[in-house]
Design a protein around this ligand. Structure first.
Ligand code: PEP
Ligand code: MN
Length: 339
């Protein structure tokens, strides 16, 4: 339910409404970026008739049911686009965020060298997995805490904030100690206990779309994080599974304008996992910007042939620098700028 207060509603009237919402077992969400005071009441769908009675309270202009199944994620509730700030980099505004780095953190040399090179090329956030979700239990599983420590060293050396994946609720505190953004991987998009745990944090979350997730399900997953009180959610399209085998996944760029209409949350694109081949990444990065993405996540490795994971889709630093150089005028043509 969205409760719109009258323009001259007093603080006491606002508080009375908020207390009433809480007494009915609902959560109060302040809706920012609108002219008059708007309060979101979100909770168990079963008691919504009782909420409707709030429309009779003093100072209330109207109480409107939120029609979308995703409430806090919807543009219906918050018409203005959300901008997520990550250590000075803003995601969701005019600037395009570029997250780049290896699939996995492998050594100090590898991550620090990559960090410096991607920064020089124009990236503004360093990526690197320390906990890796692998299809086979016999594949490299990541360096875990040691990998997080190396990311921290790379951050100190390069000055770039870091994004890294958290795979289960047990490791949330550990990953949050190091990461500037916690990434939820495609395979965990519906790990609801993990999402709820991340909703308790005061850190941005990069939520990747699952390979079998519809846009509606994707936004419902974002809703899990938002409903727990964490409003700093960044979405990421990374390709879905279709009958096509020419690419690793089918990068669903049509979801960008759909999500932009449906939601106020920023959305970036990962053309590396989206295609599976380094030579397709530049074209799909350009296409992502053309359809309104707020940023990119690109895998870059100094020696892709010997990478522990995702070598075939990783760009060498020089190729990444060329990609950014060629993309820059295109970004400007779209009325945006490189962050
Ligand atoms: C990754 O970013 O390295 C990764 C595992 O991505 P996804 O969850 O999209 O497969
Ligand atoms: Mn990867």
């Amino acid at each position: 339910m969205i409760i719109v207060m009258e323009a001259d509603a007093s603080q006491d009237q606002i508080e009375a409404v908020e207390n009433k919402i809480r007494s009915l077992g609902y959560r109060v969400h302040e809706i920012v970026g609108v002219e008059r005071k708007v309060i979101g009441a979100v909770g168990d769908e079963r008691g919504k008739e009782q909420l409707q009675a709030i429309s009779c309270m003093a100072g209330v202009e109207s109480a409107i049911p939120i029609l979308k199944p995703y409430k806090l994620a919807s543009r219906e509730v918050k018409p203005s686009s959300t901008i997520v700030d990550v250590a000075g980099v803003s995601i969701g505004g005019k600037e395009i965020a570029v997250m780049a780095g290896p699939c996995s953190v492998e050594s100090k040399e590898q991550i620090c060298r990559t960090a410096n090179l991607i920064k020089e090329a124009g990236a503004n956030i360093l990526r690197g997995g320390a906990f890796k979700p692998r299809t086979s239990p016999y594949s490299f599983q990541g360096m875990e805490e040691e990998g997080l420590q190396l990311l921290d060293e790379a951050r100190k050396e390069s000055g770039l904030p870091i994004v890294t994946e958290v795979m289960n609720p047990r490791e949330v505190d550990l990953v949050a100690k190091y990461a500037d953004i916690l990434q939820v991987g495609a395979r965990n998009v519906q790990n609801f206990s993990l999402l709820k745990e991340l909703g308790q944090l005061d850190k941005p979350i990069l939520l990747k779309r699952g390979m079998m997730t519809t846009v509606k399900e994707f936004l419902m997953s974002a809703e899990y994080i938002l409903s727990e009180g964490n409003s700093r959610v960044i979405l990421c399209e990374r390709g879905i599974r279709t009958f096509e085998t020419a690419t690793r996944n089918t990068l669903d760029l049509s979801c960008i304008p759909v999500i932009k209409q449906e939601s106020h949350l920023p959305i970036i694109v990962d053309p590396s996992h989206g295609t599976g081949y380094w030579h397709l990444v530049a074209d799909m990065a350009r296409a992502s910007i053309a359809c309104g993405a707020d940023g990119l996540m690109i895998e870059v490795h100094p020696d892709p042939v010997n990478a522990y994971s995702d070598g075939p889709q990783s760009l060498k630093p020089k190729k990444f620098a060329d990609l950014i150089k060629n993309l820059k005028p295109f970004i400007e043509l779209m009325g945006r700028s490189l962050g």
